[in-house]
Write a protein that binds this ligand. Structure first.
Ligand code: MRU
Length: 333
């Protein structure tokens, strides 16, 4: 399994080859690959890779070990657990089949998840493009683009679809401290597509939201609770509050696999804490005194009252989210 190394972009375009499921787990944990849907696709492929190499006489035990290792990589993006569950369900239906068939079917399922993700993002783009104001700037945070998915992107998919529909939009990308997904990945990705992108630091968001220049905010999500509270990259909450204060619509783009209706509210969403060095160092250079105490939550939770709409591949959900999200989750694709 080959993936672009997102830690090196945009300075270097390098690829990492994962030969074992443990390699895939390391790639997810170390952010070689990141973004909720991409993590889900990688995990599904990790399962297929693990089963391809597992001892045929201990397949059940090995299967659970593979899932457990992959599940321990990143706790917030629910797409990871969704993908593992989908692979587990298929595995159980294949019990008693020849091992070669089980391996082939799991590999095919992982590919299917990848292809479906692209189609899902394109459908989300079609629903979301209508909501993007023409002739204005779209503010986004982190990277919810092709890099964060199997292709096309969620938030950036909506921007792509708006451009494809003939809307004249440009993008402001918040740099997204500390890992700089906005500066490094979103700007790079939009430049590949010739969509005008301007980089701002995170603390400039309020200034530009007040200026009248921003037509809407569009971000992705790592997990959305039943009441519409949204966990996404740290800093999203601040942008959402500033958007509401300035009457700018705040849209969240996410596939149905990002919904976690088992959680009543965002308070129950586990928030990943990442290494101190991501905050104390920039590209390996210390920017704080040695031994400085650090907090590094990778995500925050935006309460549903700040969310204008949640755009999924099945349509657009609006408040009250407990009903609208449940309806979308139950709807046929
Ligand atoms: O820590 P990351 O880079 O995996 O965080 C990514 C985000 O927060 C994205 O906005 C989210 O996963 C949606 S990606 C389509």
């Amino acid at each position: 399994m080959v993936m672009i190394d997102q830690r090196r972009l945009p300075l270097k375009e390098e690829y990492v080859t994962c030969r074992t499921y443990q390699d895939v787990a390391c790639a997810i944990r170390d952010m070689v690959i990141r973004g909720a849907p991409a993590i889900g696709v990688a995990a599904a492929m990790g399962v297929a890779l693990g089963v391809a190499h597992a001892a045929a006489d201990k397949l059940d035990d090995e299967f659970e070990r593979i899932c457990a290792v992959l599940a321990r990589t990143r706790p917030t993006a629910v797409n990871l657990f969704w993908a593992l569950e989908r692979m587990r369900k298929l595995y159980h239906t294949l019990r008693g089949r020849p091992v070669a068939e089980i391996r082939d079917r799991l590999a095919a399922e992982a590919q299917q998840i990848r292809l479906e993700d692209i189609a899902i993002n394109q459908a989300m783009g079609r629903h979301g493009a209508e909501l993007v104001p023409d002739g204005k700037t779209v503010l986004t945070h982190c990277n919810a683009g092709a890099l964060a998915t199997a292709g096309y992107g969620t938030a950036l998919g909506i921007i792509r679809a708006a451009v494809e529909a003939g809307k004249k939009v440009d993008v402001f990308a918040g740099e997204t401290r500390p890992f700089l997904q906005g500066a490094r990945l979103t700007v790079w990705e939009l430049q590949q597509d010739h969509i005008p992108a301007t980089l701002i630091t995170d603390n400039m968001a309020g200034h530009f939201l007040k200026s009248g220049r921003i037509g809407c905010v569009v971000v992705g999500a790592d997990r959305i609770a039943a009441n519409g509270d949204v966990a996404n990259k740290i800093g999203t909450y601040s942008v959402a509050v500033l958007a509401k204060e300035n009457n700018v619509p705040f849209f969240v783009a996410a596939p149905v696999s990002t919904l976690d209706l088992s959680l009543a509210s965002g308070d129950q969403i586990p928030i990943e804490r990442r290494p101190d060095e991501e905050v104390t160092h920039v590209f390996g250079t210390a920017v704080a005194p040695p031994d400085t105490p650090v907090e590094n939550p990778a995500f925050d939770v935006t309460p549903n009252r700040y969310v204008t709409a949640i755009i999924t591949e099945r349509g657009v959900a609006r408040a009250p989210y407990t009903e609208s999200l449940r309806r979308l989750a139950a709807a046929a694709c």
